[in-house]
Design a protein around this ligand. Structure first.
Ligand code: HEC
Length: 209
């Protein structure tokens, strides 16, 4: 029995000496290497399985981000109409303001309008903002024959893609902010408060009577 212990001790001491070496680049033997080196790919590592060699994959086309309650759900949905005249006409027929007609939405709409639109369209929507007095583009008044019956879907479409001398606001204002502004624009289409041909909420109320 004592002999066996002696041999075990000799082997153990020998193993200690043999398992170390002076070369810092050689790690020596690894017991169960899978425990040190996971076979799965790291997030940012090269990946031979995909043609673009990236492990981190893009979400599939059409994916809609979720989970940030700063945005309402429709702010995150892709805008469904193309930026051409067919898209403009279709938006005019199908697209309606999804926001409730509340005092809060109106107050915010007025604030945003003054910051983003009034410099051209003028505070009262007469198309006489300060930019127009310095050779800037002159928009028609909202209450003009050209715009007084403009459907809200077309107005929104114009804030999405822009129109002639007016640029797109899609990257500066969320969809809900633009709808808040359009609520205010509608009051300027009919400053006497008479008609709301372009106002979907009013229409819905009339229809349900
Ligand atoms: C740089 C000046 C400028 C700014 C800023 C501007 N607009 Fe305009 N807007 C115009 C001009 C010019 C037109 C006329 C476009 C045309 O029909 O040729 C126009 C047209 C419009 C129309 C009529 C669109 C249609 O379908 O005929 C709406 C509605 C409108 N603007 C809303 C807005 C809103 C809302 C904002 C702010 C988010 C805004 N505009 C900011 C210059 C501007």
């Amino acid at each position: 029995m004592k002999e066996i212990y002696k041999y075990i001790c000799i082997i153990a001491v020998a193993a200690v000496f043999v398992s170390c070496n002076d070369d810092p680049k050689k790690p020596g033997y690894e017991y169960m290497p899978d425990m040190y080196r996971s076979p799965s790919y790291e997030t940012n590592s090269m990946n031979p399985l995909f043609p673009d060699s990236m492990t981190e994959r893009q979400p599939v086309a059409g994916t809609v981000a979720r989970g940030n309650d700063v945005y309402t759900s429709f702010d995150r949905l892709p805008y469904p109409y193309a930026g051409d005249s067919l898209g403009y006409e279709t938006a005019g027929k199908e697209l309606h303001n999804p926001l409730e007609k509340t005092a809060d939405n109106m107050t915010e709409g007025i604030r945003l309008y003054k910051n983003y639109c009034g410099e051209c369209h003028g505070d009262k929507g007469m198309g006489d903002g300060p930019v127009t007095q310095h050779n800037g583009p002159k928009p028609p008044a909202y209450s003009s024959d050209q715009l007084k019956n403009l459907p809200e879907g077309k107005a929104f479409h114009t804030t999405q893609y822009g129109k002639n001398n007016m640029g797109s606001y899609a990257s500066q204002l969320t969809a809900s902010q633009r709808w808040e502004i359009i609520r205010y624009v509608q009051t300027m289409q009919h400053p006497d408060g008479t008609s709301a041909a372009t106002d979907s909420t009013k229409k819905k109320i009339t229809a349900s009577k």
